[in-house]
Design a binder for this molecule. Structure first.
Ligand code: ZN
Ligand code: ZN
Length: 326
C-alpha cells in the first residue's frame, strides 16, 4: 500500500516537474537549479497533500464539535496565511536554500577529515529488514529532539521572543500550527538538519515521517472537544493536551514556570522530564502581552515579524548588560 502511494507520488512529481517546473527554469535561464527544482516539487506536493488531509479531517471537527465558539473568525486569517506559506513550500524552501550551502560545506569537511556520520542502521543492522520498526525508531528520536527544541524555546528569553508569536493566538485552530516567526522556522530547520545529518534519516522514510508529524501537529491545535480518552491523552499529543500548552494561565507551580506539555507527538517526554499538566476542562488560549504593540500584533503578519525581531534584540542586548552570573 505504502509502496503504491509512493509510486503514485513519484509519478506525479515527475509529471509536474517535466510539464511545469523544468520548462520554467529553462525559460528563465536557471538550468543549474534543475535538481533543486525537482526537490522543491516534492516539498510543495507533500505540503499540499498534508494540508488537504488536515482540512478534510479537522475543519469538520471544529465546525461540529468545537472547544470554543467564536462570533468572528478574523483572528484565524493570519494563521491561514502562515499555513499556506509553510505548506505550499515558500518558508521551508527558503530555509532549505539558506541552510543547504552551510550543510554542503559541513558534509565535505566531515568527509575530508574522514568522519563519516553513522546511520541508525549501522548500529542496529537488523533494522534493514524491518522498515516499520526503523520508521518508528526514527519517529521517536525526532520527537525527542523536538521536545527539547520546543522546551528550550520557552526557557531562553531570546528564543521565547520569537516563539511567543506562536502563543499569542487566542483563537487557536488547526491552522495555528504553522504560526511561527520566520527566524524561529530557520532555527527549527537548522536543528532538524543537524539531527538528520547525524542519524541519517533514510529518504524512503522522509515522506511518511513528515506527514505523520505534521498531521498530529495540526490535530493538536484543532479547536475541538475531541480527546483520545483518559489513557489515550497520555499516549499521543491531542487537542486537549496541546491546549494546556497554549493555556492563557499557566499552572501555579514553579515546575511550570516556563510552561507545560512541550511534547509534539508523544507525552512520554513530559512524563519523564516532569513537565506534564493535564486537567479535564479546556482552558482559553493565548499569552498576557506586555505592551500595546504586542496586543496590536496579534492578528498581523508583518507586525508579528517585526515584533519578534525587536523583542529578540531587546532580549539579547539585556543579556549582555547583565552580570556573568545572570
Ligand atoms: Zn510552545
Ligand atoms: Zn502549539
Amino acid at each position: 500500500m505504502m509502496q503504491l502511494l509512493t509510486d503514485y507520488f513519484v509519478a506525479l512529481q515527475g509529471w509536474l516537474f517535466d510539464t511545469l517546473v523544468q520548462p520554467l527554469l529553462f525559460a528563465f535561464g536557471l538550468a543549474s537549479y534543475v535538481e533543486m527544482g525537482f526537490d522543491g516539487v516534492e516539498f510543495v506536493l507533500l505540503g499540499s497533500i498534508e494540508l488537504a488531509i488536515a482540512y478534510a479531517l479537522m475543519r469538520p471537527l471544529e465546525a461540529l464539535w468545537p472547544a470554543e465558539q467564536w462570533k468572528q473568525r478574523q483572528a484565524v486569517r493570519v494563521d491561514v496565511l502562515y499555513t499556506l506559506l509553510n505548506r505550499l513550500g515558500l518558508v521551508p524552501l527558503t530555509v532549505f536554500a539558506l541552510l543547504a550551502p552551510i550543510f554542503m560545506e559541513l558534509e565535505s569537511w566531515l568527509r575530508f577529515n574522514n568522519i563519516i556520520p553513522r546511520q541508525l542502521e549501522d548500529w542496529l543492522p537488523g533494522l534493514d529488514y524491518h522498515p516499520l520498526v526503523s520508521f518508528l525508531i526514527y519517529l521517536v528520536i525526532l520527537d525527542f529532539a523536538e521536545y527539547w527544541r520546543h522546551r528550550l524555546s520557552h526557557t531562553f528569553g531570546w528564543w521565547w521572543a520569537l516563539h511567543g508569536i506562536h502563543h499569542s493566538q487566542r483563537q487557536m485552530s488547526f491552522w495555528t500550527d504553522s504560526r511561527n516567526h520566520l527566524v524561529d522556522d530557520l532555527i527549527a530547520g537548522l536543528w532538524f538538519a543537524c539531527l538528520s545529518l547525524f542519524i541519517g534519516v533514510p529518504p524512503g522514510h522522509f515522506i511518511g515521517l513528515l506527514i505523520a508529524l505534521r498531521l498530529v501537529e495540526n490535530l493538536s491545535h484543532t479547536n475541538t472537544r475531541l480527546t483520545f480518552g483518559g489513557i489515550g491523552d497520555y499516549l499521543l499529543v491531542g487537542p486537549r493536551y496541546h491546549r494546556w500548552h497554549h493555556a492563557l494561565e499557566l499552572p501555579a507551580d514553579p515546575r511550570f514556570r516556563y510552561g507545560c506539555n512541550f511534547a509534539i507527538l508523544f507525552p512520554v517526554w513530559d512524563i519523564l522530564f516532569d513537565t506534564l499538566y493535564l486537567k479535564e476542562y479546556l482552558p482559553p488560549t493565548g499569552i498576557h502581552e506586555g505592551s500595546a504593540e504586542e496586543v496590536a500584533a496579534r492578528d498581523n503578519f508583518w507586525a508579528q515579524q517585526k515584533l519578534g525581531l525587536v523583542l529578540l534584540w531587546k532580549a539579547l542586548s539585556s543579556r549582555k548588560k547583565q552580570s556573568p552570573s545572570g
